[in-house]
Write a protein that binds this ligand. Structure first.
Ligand SMILES: [Zn+2]
Length: 381
């Protein structure tokens, strides 16, 4: 056994692909032409991620509008919005640099995905020689499609949540059926739920426990054996090199997060002020037995929002410190977040998305190397 290492999911889309998305929204190119650019970007992402030495890779979500909206819309500008949705929904998040991202709004039932993560994976897995992972969106995030107050006539909140859970379950099962070795559920709204931001009303409704219960409604449909390979990702957001909830104390969130019966957790940590305190919290709050699976804590050792490349030695040292608090058989390493969860992202601190891609692969290589060094020191190589 060595210490496992795994990315979250996304990579910056090349500038050429981002231009093609804009051209597609403007009606200047066909879907076929857009798909050609997506195919190129997926191929490049997989080849370069494999070259880092990573034992598991993703396609960098190059075909997805975003980590949260891929099931319901083709582009962030709203092209290809699924039925029963309007563009003007709740803020998903307001980021510290002042920009925001908005979700669509449900206008009626039934709620159905138009795209499953497996639809993308089936294309990408043909390009890979190493095992692939797939990220999917949590039911808790998509539950925000339903208006916060009141009800949609003819489509109750409970009926919506039942449809939503069925779609999320199908998303995970189809990803495994398409060949994913691991499936991680993006749960960035968990930490944001602890922040009371009056500009973004849902954050003030103490929804964390509800989110955890809703996600468990899906996770508990899987066997312990399946849940070993079902993860949860937590972070304070990561879009345009900015965060949305880094000021929320992890102590408010982690005890609830570990109630989810997932087998592993991809936890933003490299950019935390006091990492050792959070390692300790993870050691105390994660469970050796979550209804039949041990909860493995993948600690973030790479900050995708900062262009400075971490050294393998820094990665090694973080893991060795974390092992003081988290049993080594339940320890892994990851990046703090995807490198570009939203398709349109100029990566301002990096200068350009193409530079940010080069840096991302250097960072992943450092994570892989540093994790191997830590495995040696901790006697699990
Ligand atoms: Zn994230």
């Amino acid at each position: 056994m060595t210490i496992p290492t795994e990315n979250v999911g996304s990579l910056p889309r090349p500038a050429k692909l981002q231009a093609a998305i804009a051209d597609y929204d403007a009606g200047k190119i066909t879907h076929e032409e857009l798909k050609h650019e997506q195919d190129d970007a997926c191929r490049d992402s997989i080849e370069r991620m494999e070259a880092t030495g990573s034992p598991i890779v993703s396609d960098g979500e190059q075909r997805a509008s975003s980590f949260a909206t891929y099931p319901i819309v083709d582009t962030l500008a709203g092209t290809g919005l699924a039925p029963n949705l309007a563009a003007d929904g709740q803020y998903f998040a307001i980021f510290t640099d002042g920009h925001h991202r908005q979700l669509p709004r449900l206008t009626g039932g039934p709620f159905k995905y138009k795209t499953y993560a497996a639809d993308y994976l089936k294309e990408s897995i043909k390009l890979a020689t190493k095992p692939m992972k797939q990220a999917v969106i949590a039911p808790s995030m998509l539950s925000l499609l339903y208006p916060l107050d009141g009800a949609i006539e003819g489509y109750s909140r409970e009926q919506f949540l039942e449809d939503l859970c069925n779609e999320c379950e199908k998303d995970i099962r189809e990803a495994f059926a398409a060949g994913a070795k691991r499936v991680s559920i993006d749960f960035t709204e968990g930490r944001l739920a602890c922040k009371n931001d009056p500009r973004n009303p849902w954050t003030g409704r103490k929804m964390l426990e509800h989110f955890v219960e809703l996600n468990n409604r899906v996770i508990d449909r899987f066997s312990a054996e399946e849940r070993k390979n079902i993860g949860i990702h937590t972070c304070p957001g990561g879009d345009c090199d900015s965060t949305h909830s880094a000021d929320v104390d992890y102590a408010e969130m982690l005890p609830s997060m570990f109630k989810m019966n997932a087998g592993y957790f991809l936890i933003q940590l490299a950019s935390e002020q006091d990492k050792e305190r959070v390692y300790k919290l993870c050691g105390e709050q994660s469970r050796a037995d979550a209804n039949g699976v041990p909860q493995v804590c993948f600690i973030g050792v790479i900050n995708p929002l900062n262009p400075t490349v971490e050294t393998p030695e820094q990665v090694r040292d973080d893991l060795v410190t974390a092992a003081k608090y988290i049993p080594v058989e339940r320890l892994g390493s990851t990046d703090d977040c995807g490198f570009s969860p939203f398709s349109v992202d100029v990566k301002p601190k990096h200068g350009s998305p193409d530079v940010a891609r080069d840096i991302a692969f250097q960072k992943i290589a450092a994570r892989v190397k540093g994790t191997a060094m830590a495995s040696e020191i901790l006697g699990v190589a």
